[in-house]
Design a protein around this ligand. Structure first.
Ligand SMILES: Nc1ncnc2c1ncn2[C@@H]1O[C@H](COP(=O)(O)OP(=O)(O)OP(=O)(O)O)[C@@H](O)[C@H]1O
Length: 280
């Protein structure tokens, strides 16, 4: 694919492979769906300041499925918010499909989120008073675009809900509601789908169905998915897992099993919280 891989040294000494470029592609469009360079996000000032992101460098190719894991407080939510233009970094740069979003005006950012990004949240975030079809068409409606009912039918069929367009979310199971959220995320054929704990509220069987749909969105439809999760089983559906620790990407595992991912997480957590009484 013309990708060069370099190894970038994270601040804790762990080397994290980073995609470093694509030959034959202009600087304006590097071919990456998501690019973060030197991203820092500080909350508060002075002695009480928290460095939620302490210098994040990342480049994700289009058509990839990436899971982001890390101990509680490691910066996962902050990363997702900054990468998706929902929060502004204190410094550094974020590019989505070649568009620099750092410093973008709020209106332009809102428009970009509606037309070029998809979101899937743990709590589904469907509007209960709208039908399933209207929920799926919402991003188009908010972006002032023609509400294409044929397109809504297409994405609902893709998530296995072809006959459910007229129902209300309250008449669906949790798994079905998350499928509607995935259909809504797909409807604009976005550059990137950001998923925040998409299976956190689902039982194991339903979670597998939802993860299968995200996997298909990437492998079958060419979408790019970035998913924050606590669950190694969910993360194993991704092409690779990035591990956050104290605001930096400290490790990476491609193609790992759930057991390998869980072991890597355990290592990361152990490094962070030394067990008292154990000799070094
Ligand atoms: N609005 C805020 N004001 C101050 N500090 C914050 C704020 N949001 C997050 N933080 C701090 O930033 C750090 C990273 O938080 P973040 O929520 O990104 O972590 P996380 O990995 O998503 O955690 P969890 O898995 O528990 O949800 C934490 O130390 C947190 O306390």
């Amino acid at each position: 694919m013309g990708l060069r891989r370099s190894r970038r040294r994270a601040s804790d000494g762990v080397e994290v492979p980073v995609e470093s470029g694509v030959s034959g592609v202009s600087a304006e469009d590097s071919g990456f769906a998501v690019e973060l360079r030197g991203v820092r996000r500080q909350y508060g000032r002075g002695g009480g300041a928290v460095q939620a992101l302490a210098g994040v460098d990342l480049a994700l190719v289009r058509g990839s499925f990436t899971a982001v894991m890390g101990p509680s407080g490691s910066g996962k939510s902050t990363f997702l918010q900054c990468a998706a233009g929902l929060d502004r970094p204190s410094s550094g740069s974020v590019r989505l499909a070649g568009t620099e979003i750092t410093g973008m005006r709020e209106n332009a950012l809102t428009e970009l989120r509606r037309s070029r990004l998809g979101f899937v949240f743990q709590a589904f975030n469907l509007l209960p008073s709208l039908t399933v079809e209207q929920n799926v068409l919402l991003p188009m409606r908010l972006a002032g675009r023609r509400q294409d009912r044929r397109r809504a039918g297409e994405v609902l069929a893709q998530v296995g809900l072809a006959d459910m367009g007229r129902r209300r979310p309250g008449e669906l199971s949790g798994g079905q509601q998350q499928r509607v959220a995935i259909a809504r995320a797909l409807v604009t054929s976005p550059d990137v789908i950001f998923a925040d704990e998409p299976t956190g509220a689902l039982d194991t069987g339903t979670a597998v169905e939802v993860l299968g749909l995200l996997r298909h969105a990437v492998s079958g439809l060419g979408a790019t998915v970035v998913m924050v999760t606590h669950d190694p089983v969910a993360a194993a559906w991704a092409d690779g897992v990035l591990f956050l620790a104290e605001g930096v990407f400290a490790d990476r595992l491609d193609g790992g099993t759930a057991e390998e991912i869980a072991a890597r997480m355990a290592m990361l957590t152990a490094r962070r919280v030394p067990v008292a009484g154990v000799a070094a």
